[in-house]
Ligand binder design. Structure first.
Ligand code: ADP
Length: 489
């Protein structure tokens, strides 16, 4: 694992690049539309004004009164100069002329120029011709003191359209003068440079602030995680920042808690295991030496102790092997359909000696015989482990009830109840863990090996069965499991 991999780009630089790129893109967009294309937009607006006027005039071409009104309207509203000629048999006669002052080309142009425009319109598509001119270029005589400096900037646009009327053809001429936006664009460019500077500076600050805000909780968490990695479980991930980091902190705090718990259990497991292994071994060695060294000690009782301790030792080792197989997922369950009721009943027969010698009252209740599909040997191991615990913890009452009932959704429930010491509520979630003891001082298990419930849990989870426990201190416990019933083979 690389501990100090600094090759990636930090969040600060990443944000700076993203925010900077976004800002530049926005600036480019504004520059293109507000600066580069402004003049063209302006001209196209003028062009469409001329077009709209030409369209309206074309619609009213045979109504001379309406035409005069339109010429007046466009003169006042758009400063547009309009001339309309009626042409009949090659003779043109002006019927309307605009009422607006200004050095319009079509006002002062000679007949030759006007007929040039008319010819160009006649040969254009849609019989409409547009022309752009510079005022000064064409009207040097207007470049007097009053217009000096303006003429060279000002531009004009002319639209000439040939319209067919009912009785004759008409030539409609429209002329507009406008000031190009050169000066405005220069001003905008200056403004734009300032805006660029301010926005890029702002982006820099924003990136710095945001990256700090985003990365700070992660940096703190990383510090804690490093401690955790070194085996220090006493860490607390700070719940700072935003929703995601808080959730991450919660998850890591939970994980750290679980790791600490597992570590404790591991230590306890090793301590308990060595204790449980050492006790029988010490007894076996001790009794063996006594039998060897002291004449007359070779009694059946002493040998029985050695046999009992060896049996316990092999049970413990078997359980350990079983548990490690179950927990590593290496165990293969041999599924078969079998009579659960009958199997439990015959298993209970094995506890006859407890009934007879120790006065245990072990009862079994079942309404009907129920079949299940499961690994028979393993399920009976679960039942035995639960009964062993009930015997171990039943206290003075010595009363154990095994009950089999059918529950909802076609499932069968088997429960084992005792009226013993019970389990405190805070210990309930932990009893299924390997070697967990309610009383933390480890007592050597009298019947079980201290691994019983972990094996029960492993087998039931392996079968997909549900399980649980209800318990009240001083009143006893009921351990249960549920699995689907199936029809008889
Ligand atoms: P053990 O061999 O110690 O019984 P288990 O894994 O079978 O190991 O059980 C774990 C712990 O759960 C026990 O040490 C005991 O504290 C508690 N426990 C299990 N069954 C019962 C029960 N029927 N009544 C009270 N406590 C129980």
């Amino acid at each position: 694992m690389k501990q100090n991999d600094k090759s990636g780009i930090s969040i600060k630089w990443r944000m700076l690049v993203y925010i900077g790129a976004f800002t530049l893109f926005m600036l480019l967009l504004v520059w293109v539309f507000q600066v580069l294309l402004l003049g063209r937009f302006y001209e196209s607006t003028k062009l469409s004004e001329l077009n709209a006027a030409a369209d309206e005039i074309s619609e009213n071409i045979d109504d001379e009164e309406a035409l005069s009104a339109l010429a007046l309207k466009y003169a006042t509203e758009y400063q547009m100069y309009i001339r309309i000629f009626a042409t009949e048999n090659g003779v043109s006669e002006q019927i309307v002329s605009g009422q607006v002052f200004g050095s319009f080309f079509i006002r002062t142009a000679n007949d030759k120029e006007l007929s040039r425009l008319t010819d160009l319109a006649a040969s254009s598509s849609g019989k409409t011709y547009f022309e752009r001119r510079t005022v000064r270029e064409n009207y040097p005589e207007f470049d007097d003191a009053e217009n000096k400096g303006k003429g060279e900037d000002r531009k004009e646009m002319i639209c000439v359209r040939i319209v067919s009327g009912k009785e004759c053809d008409y030539v409609v001429m429209l002329n507009i003068i406008y000031t190009p936006l050169g000066a405005t664009v220069t001003t905008l460019m200056k403004q734009f440079s300032w805006i660029c500077l301010v926005l890029l500076g702002g982006a820099l600050i924003l990136a710095a602030v945001m990256s700090k805000w985003v990365s700070q909780p992660l940096i703190k968490m990383n510090e804690e995680a490093k401690k955790l990695g070194k085996g220090d479980f006493d860490v607390s991930f700070p719940r700072d920042g935003y929703l995601e980091t808080r959730e991450l902190a919660d998850t890591l705090n939970f994980a750290a808690g679980e790791l600490a718990r597992t570590e404790d259990l591991k230590k306890e497991l090793i301590a308990n295991l060595s204790h449980d292994l050492r006790t029988p071994l010490t007894m076996i060695t001790g009794y063996g030496e006594v039998i060897r060294d002291i004449p007359g000690e070779n009694t059946p009782e002493n040998i029985q102790v050695i046999i009992d301790e060896s049996t316990h030792l092999s049970e413990l080792v078997n359980d350990l092997l079983d548990l490690s197989k179950i927990q590593s997922g290496n165990v293969k369950y041999e599924y078969e359909i079998f009579d659960l009721t009958e199997s439990v009943r015959s298993t209970l027969g094995r506890y006859k000696k407890f009934k007879e010698h120790d006065g245990f009252d072990i009862s079994f209740e079942a309404e009907e015989n129920i079949f299940v599909s499961a690994d028979r040997v393993r399920i009976l191991q679960v039942v035995c482990n639960l009964i062993n615990n009930a015997i171990n913890y039943s206290g003075d009452s010595r009363e154990i009830r095994v009950v089999q009932t059918s529950v909802a959704n076609g499932r069968v429930r088997v429960s084992v109840s005792d009226r013993g010491e019970g389990i405190p509520p805070e210990a309930l979630p932990d009893i299924w863990d390997r070697y967990y003891k309610v009383d933390r001082i480890h007592k050597r298990a009298t019947v079980g090996t201290g691994l019983g419930l972990s094996i029960v849990k492993g087998i039931l989870e392996g079968h997909g069965a549900s399980y649980g426990v209800e318990s009240k201190v001083g009143h006893g416990s009921t351990f249960w499991f549920e699995m689907p019933m199936c029809s008889k083979k």
